[in-house]
Structures are given as structure tokens and as C-alpha cells.
Design a protein around this ligand. Structure first.
Ligand code: HEM
Length: 274
């Protein structure tokens, strides 16, 4: 969706193209704001409580948290949260054209850090999932693992096309990587949106995350963004006027949904811990 911020705008693009770019830019701005808030929560809550040695606070928030005697698992959790902060802050910067143009060396270095972080966080997270288990049982474990795999595949393809100097394809894979890395964030705002749409309740969801809504969201966090971005790429490349306007409208609706979901997620998951 952020292709808007990936490519320079032609001088006199037709209205449909401009609408598509504007809606993508709108979605990106809303998402960046929400992701920075997520990063702020990670830093203040997990960083702040760790500095005070308050691991109990982690136990209240995490499924497992710090388990006595499980050194490797505990290191994986700590590393996960440090990398979660780095990747959430570093990702959006890659898509800001002004930064790419005025600081290409920063773009290259931040890109390398981002891709390595994406692969390491996914490997560590897969270790946590399959050694410690998560809420929602096997289906949820498969769903979140699918997200981890998708992150690593997209990150690998992003590097491959950067090294081949195929910049247009590199950008498309970078965008897919960004959306896959945002999967866990989509999960949280998806919950927020569902609660927003249902006047404060969450039908199809339960405490163990095994309800039909929970499982749909677990797979949806990976599959829906991939589907939307492919439609967006197609609309940009081959879409007629109507197709582009329809896609622009769809993305604007996504931006509104993202905003509402973020608002609710912040009130339910993040603000009470800050
Ligand atoms: C790449 C971006 C990711 C970010 C920014 C991220 C962020 C987070 C955060 C903030 C938490 C703490 C829970 C909370 O306060 O909401 C967490 C926990 C967790 N994440 Fe991730 N995560 C990412 C990717 C993944 C992936 C790909 C997987 C699985 C393959 C995963 C598996 C887990 C698990 C299992 C926990 C719970 C750990 C426990 O309770 O002991 N994460 N993540």
C-alpha cells in the first residue's frame, strides 16, 4: 500500500492514480502512527519494568514470560521484545522517499538491520511457539508460524532483488515484508476493530483464543494483508479507471478500520499497562 511513498509521483497523473496514491499514503500514515505507539508501549512497559527487575509485570502480560530455569526460553523472550521494538521503529522509515533520497546510506544500513532483525525475530519466535506453546492450541501455533515463515520468505526475496538491483521488484517484496512483520500488530488491531464494531463485545472469541473469530484472525493477520497488497499492485499496474477508484475506496476504508482498531487496541491492550 505504501507504493505511494515508494515511487516519485508523476507530474500530472490521472485522477484515479492520484486517488490510489492518496489512499495508500493515508493508510500508511495511520499505520505508522499506530505502530509507533505500539513501539512506545513495548519500550515503556517491557523496558521500564525490566529496568526495575519487575518480571512479575511481564508474567501478568505474557502467556509464559520469564520461567525459572528456562534460560534459553527466557533469553528468546527478552530478545523478542528488544527486536520487536527495533523492527517496529525501523520499518516505516524505509518507505519514506525523502529519507531514501537524501540519506541513501542510512536506507541501506537500516534496511540490512531490518531484514536481519526480521529473520532473527521470526526464528526466535518460532522457537518460543514450538517449545513453550501459545494460547489457541495447534491451530494458532500453525497460524503464527505461517506468519513467521512469510516474514522470512519475504525478507529473503527483498534482499535477493536488492542485490540483483531490480529495484521495482525489491520495493514490492519490501512492502510485503513490512506487512508480514506487521502481522502481530494487525492481530491486535483486528481485535480492537472487532470489539469496536460489536459495541464492546467480541463474538466468536474466548479466553483461550479458540473461537471462530480468534482462529480466523490468527490466519487473517498474514493472509488478508497479502491479499490486499496484491490487489493494490494489480490495480496500479493493470487496473482501469473504475478499478483504481474502487481500490482507492477500499484502502480508504482500510485506513478508517485501522484507525478505529488502533484506538480500541490502545485502550484495551496498551494504555492500561502504561
Ligand atoms: C516481527 C514482528 C513482531 C513484533 C513487533 C512482536 C511483538 C511482540 C510483543 C510486543 C509481545 C508481547 C505481548 C504483548 O505485550 O502484546 C510478543 C509476544 C509474543 N510473540 Fe511476538 N512479535 C513479532 C513477531 C512474532 C512472530 C513472527 C511470532 C511467531 C512466529 C511471535 C510470537 C510471539 C509469542 C509466542 C509471544 C508470547 C511470548 C510469551 O508469552 O512468553 N511474534 N510479541
Amino acid at each position: 500500500m505504501t507504493d505511494t511513498v515508494l515511487t516519485a509521483r508523476p507530474a500530472q497523473a490521472p485522477v484515479a492514480d492520484r486517488a490510489l496514491r492518496a489512499s495508500a499514503a493515508l493508510w500508511f500514515l495511520v499505520a505508522v502512527f499506530g505502530q509507533l505507539f505500539f513501539a512506545y508501549y513495548i519500550m515503556v512497559f517491557y523496558g521500564g519494568t525490566a529496568m526495575n527487575g519487575d518480571w512479575e509485570a511481564w508474567a501478568r502480560r505474557l502467556i509464559h514470560g520469564i520461567i525459572e530455569g528456562d534460560t534459553l526460553g527466557n533469553l528468546a523472550v527478552i530478545l523478542h521484545l528488544v527486536l520487536a521494538f527495533i523492527i517496529t521503529v525501523g520499518g516505516p522509515l524505509q518507505f519514506v522517499p525523502q529519507i531514501r533520497q537524501s540519506a541513501p546510506a542510512f536506507h541501506r544500513w537500516n534496511g540490512r538491520v531490518y531484514i536481519v532483525t526480521a529473520i532473527v525475530i521470526s526464528l526466535g519466535a518460532l522457537y518460543m511457539v514450538w517449545t513453550r506453546g501459545i494460547l489457541g492450541g495447534l491451530a494458532n501455533e500453525i497460524a503464527i508460524s505461517l506468519n513467521g515463515l512469510a516474514i522470512m520468505i519475504c525478507a529473503g526475496m527483498t534482499i535477493r532483488h536488492a542485490l540483483a538491483r531490480d529495484i521495482a521488484t525489491h520495493y514490492r517484496w519490501a512492502l510485503r515484508t513490512f506487512l508480514m512483520v506487521s502481522g502481530v500488530w494487525f492481530f491486535r488491531i483486528g481485535f480492537g476493530l472487532w470489539i469496536f464494531l460489536n459495541d464492546g463485545s467480541a463474538p466468536g472469541s474466548n479466553q483461550t483464543l479458540t473461537g471462530p473469530f480468534d482462529l480466523s484472525l490468527a490466519f487473517g493477520q498474514t493472509l488478508v494483508p497479502l491479499m490486499v497488497v496484491e490487489l493494490y499492485f494489480r490495480a496500479r499496474k493493470r487496473g482501469n479507471r473504475l478499478g483504481k477508484i474502487a481500490m482507492a475506496t477500499g484502502i480508504a476504508v482500510c485506513a478508517a478500520g485501522t484507525g478505529a482498531g488502533m484506538f480500541m487496541a490502545a485502550h484495551i491492550f496498551w494504555l492500561p499497562n502504561l
